[in-house]
Design a protein around this ligand. Sequence first.
Ligand code: GFB
Length: 314
Amino acid sequence: MTDVDFDLAGRRVWVAGHTGLVGRALLRRLADEPVELVTARSAEVDLTRQDETEEFVARTRPDVCIMAAARVGGVHANRSAQATFLYDNLVMAANTVEACRRNDVAKTVLLGSTCIYPREAPQPMPESSLLTGPLEETNEGYAIAKIAALELAKMYRRQHGMDAIALMPTNLYGPGDDFDPQTSHVLPALLRKVHEAHESGAETVELWGTGTPRREFLHVDDLADAVVFALRHVSREQHVNVGVGRDIAIADLARLIADVVGWDGDFTFDPDMPDGTPRKLVDVSVLSGLGWTASIGLEEGIRSTLAWYRDHGG
Ligand code: GFB
């Protein structure tokens, strides 16, 4: 039983952040839908500027907004620039939701991250564990901004009757990711490091931290499919987790990536780099109960992402 049947046919769908990892996956997924796409590069409309955001939405009049624009990064990038991650994500969400309200956008989807949950939340983490304990310090800025975004959706729904929903995807990966060793997330970072070790003949690759934290990985094409499903069938105050329902230790992920790349070297560990939160596996029962589950397996996803990376100058 779903919440609603929202008809996408003929709708003008604004994909905010269309050039990012999630935005590009949304464009791929929406290519199969009878919709008209609305996009704008950050040079055309700076979502951290309220006036530019409201002028853009008033001029283009989208029916649907998928808010995939964000300042994102791995544990080291987050830890190093907490104010930037807090401010940019906070104002982009606030400007976008208010502009959509003022222009009667029929459906707005906000995207968060599972780092919104407490560091010591019970695993797997149900949506109800939000705000029940202290956050992981390394990404508190980003987490607070994403919590504010989902609260905006909830309160605009409640006060203004706006059909705004919030999805909380777990760690994402896939084509078009950031592969920069300093700013990226772990999966693309290790793909690049192991690929380069394989190419150069290096015998070791260094991992950050202890390798013991566990992470759940959702391919970005699965997320894009979940967003389209939620556009059609989710309309509720509470945010909804999007994940695969299983996780893997970082050291085991590294070995899986080495096997896919075909590199048989050894991993060393840099204890000076942060482990981040010990685990953040999400409870996926709400979305699966509505009828959606992920379909891209981790090894399959790593293999296709490696192929993309090699084809795009890796
Ligand atoms: O993916 P990642 O940077 O972000 O780190 P988080 C995941 C785990 O991989 C950490 C370890 O325990 C890292 O120490 N790791 C090992 C590495 N080697 C590497 C490496 O070379 N690069 C990277 N990046 N990690 C982010 C949050 O946390 O998750 C964001 O900071 C967001 O706000 C994102 O929520 C989804 O999963 O720890």
